[in-house]
Design a protein. Structure first.
Length: 126
């Protein structure tokens, strides 16, 4: 029997428009590039590799309709940064799903979408 899983090494986000997704995560979300090619993009967040991979493998399945969430990415920041990110995303024309809100479970949250509809949460513990 294998050991229990204890570490997530990388996340792959399947996409249909690699160029648009690269620009969004690199330029708007300001995630540093680790590797960049016309086949895939790797971005680095601390100990996690975040990969943008174009759909096309037989087992990828069809892309969901925009607005139908398949994944939610949550990024933790400091409390003042939630509102700073809100202003930055609005400035970049990003769809805001829910403006900064203090939640009853002790988080200040901001929800938006990436260009292909994945839900992005930027939150702080309050």
């Amino acid at each position: 029997m294998p050991n229990a899983l204890h570490r997530l090494d990388y996340v792959v986000l399947l996409c249909t428009d690699l160029e648009r997704m690269r620009a969004f995560y690199r330029d708007v979300m300001r995630m540093p590039l680790a590797a960049d090619s016309d086949q895939w993009v790797e971005l680095r967040l601390d100990n996690l590799t975040f990969v943008l991979w174009p759909r096309g493998r037989s087992y990828d399945g069809p892309s969901g309709a925009i607005g139908s969430v398949a994944v939610q990415l949550a990024f933790r920041v400091e409390v003042p940064e939630v509102d700073e990110w809100h202003r930055e995303l609005v400035r970049n024309g990003v769809e805001i799903v829910e403006a900064p809100t203090d939640q009853s479970w002790g988080h200040r949250t901001l929800f938006s979408r990436d260009p292909e509809g994945a839900l992005i949460e930027i939150y702080a513990e309050i």
